[in-house]
Ligand binder design. Structure first.
Ligand SMILES: O=C(O)CCC(=O)N[C@@H](CCC(=O)O)C(=O)O
Ligand SMILES: [Zn+2]
Length: 336
């Protein structure tokens, strides 16, 4: 296999490849751009006009998505997968991946859309570099732009695989993209309703891509991901890459559950207390009247919304950051 197909090995070893560009037997050009960053370009005659950004390892301990991208890249380098799309593969936080940690100093996925400029340290620099790499990748005119930022979650979930769809003023969420996600095995989608500082939000808002954070199961170390079944997603990604995706029945979302954000729970101080068991699962329902959290100056977060559920509860985040999202079921009536 071509050395550049071993992007994960290079990244784990902290090494640069001797040759920065290689051609596969299929005439596909692979170009190493920076640590954990590799561009794949099909021969011009085969190019179908899709620019696909696949990122994983924004959180270093979320290894199932990293292993998935590694398999796709290996297949391309061997000539077994024949891309018609241009692809940018990104491993988000190489140092955290090497150490098996979510992050080292600060969460890269809270540093996009300008936040890295108000910060310092190597994770802020990396977020800046990821913005630059993706902006340059998505700079070609008249092409379809798609970004999947792949994650696994800290805790178990009542709904195992789901997506978060960013928000931008005057832009509607696409029914066709939701149908594509359903075909890729996602069981639910959270439709965001305000701007955010995560990677998928940056590529959606600033670069005009259709962008999603995908949650694929529970985070485990390398080699221990048998419990994370990414078969449907892997099959769909191969079809998207090869340009032979079966047509999508747009009208039907086929049981895909839709949610919207009711409130983001923000941790304001060290006095923040989250009144949930440590092993609570994502999408657990909360009763109206329940005191979910308490913070400085007698602030109390009380459930007011019928059918509310919690995702990503995490009282350990830094002050000022999101310590959970309260979500409620929604309908498909506002989709484009
Ligand atoms: O399990 C958790 O608490 C977090 C899992 C995770 O990393 N999720 C992403 C979601 C990004 C988004 O809001 O689109 C994150 O928190 O960065
Ligand atoms: Zn993550």
């Amino acid at each position: 296999m071509l050395a550049l197909g071993k992007l994960l090995e290079l990244t784990l070893a902290g090494r640069e490849p001797a040759e920065k560009t290689q051609l596969t037997v299929e005439g596909v050009r692979m170009r190493w751009l920076s640590e954990g960053a590799l561009e794949v370009r099909p021969p011009e005659a085969r190019d179908n006009g899709l620019d696909l950004l696949l990122s994983a390892g924004i959180h270093g301990n979320e290894t199932a998505p990293i292993e998935l991208l590694d398999r796709l890249l290996n297949d391309i380098a061997r000539g077994d997968l024949k891309p018609r799309a241009r692809i940018l593969f990104l491993f988000g936080n190489p140092e955290a991946i090497r150490r098996g940690e979510r992050f080292i100093e600060q969460d890269v996925n809270r540093l996009f859309n300008g936040r890295h400029e108000q910060s310092s340290g190597f994770e802020a620099l990396r977020a800046c570099e990821l913005e630059r790499l993706s902006a340059s990748f998505f700079s070609l005119p008249d092409r379809e732009r798609l970004h999947y930022d792949l994650h696994t979650a800290i805790r178990g979930s009542k709904i195992e695989q789901f997506a978060l769809y960013p928000w931008k003023e005057d832009r509607r969420h696409s029914r066709l993209e939701l149908a594509r996600l359903r075909a890729a095995g996602m069981e639910a989608v959270l439709l965001q309703n305000k701007p955010s500082i995560v990677f998928s939000s940056y590529t959606y808002d600033k670069l005009g891509a259709e962008s999603f954070t995908l949650e694929l199961g529970k985070a485990r170390p390398f080699g221990q991901n048998a419990g994370v079944n990414v078969d449907l997603l892997e099959t769909r990604l191969k079809q998207i890459i090869e340009g032979n995706e079966p047509p999508l029945a747009e009208a039907s979302l086929d049981g895909l559950q839709l949610f919207s954000v009711a409130r983001e729970i923000i941790k304001h101080s060290d006095s923040f207390r989250l009144n949930l068991p440590a092993d609570i699962e994502n999408f657990s329902e909360l009763e109206v009247g329940y005191v979910l959290a308490e913070d400085i100056a007698q602030t109390r977060w009380i459930i007011e919304e019928k059918g509310a559920r919690i995702i990503f509860p995490n009282p350990k985040v830094k002050n000022g950051l999101r310590a959970g999202i309260l979500i409620v079921p929604t309908t498909d009536e506002n989709l484009a």
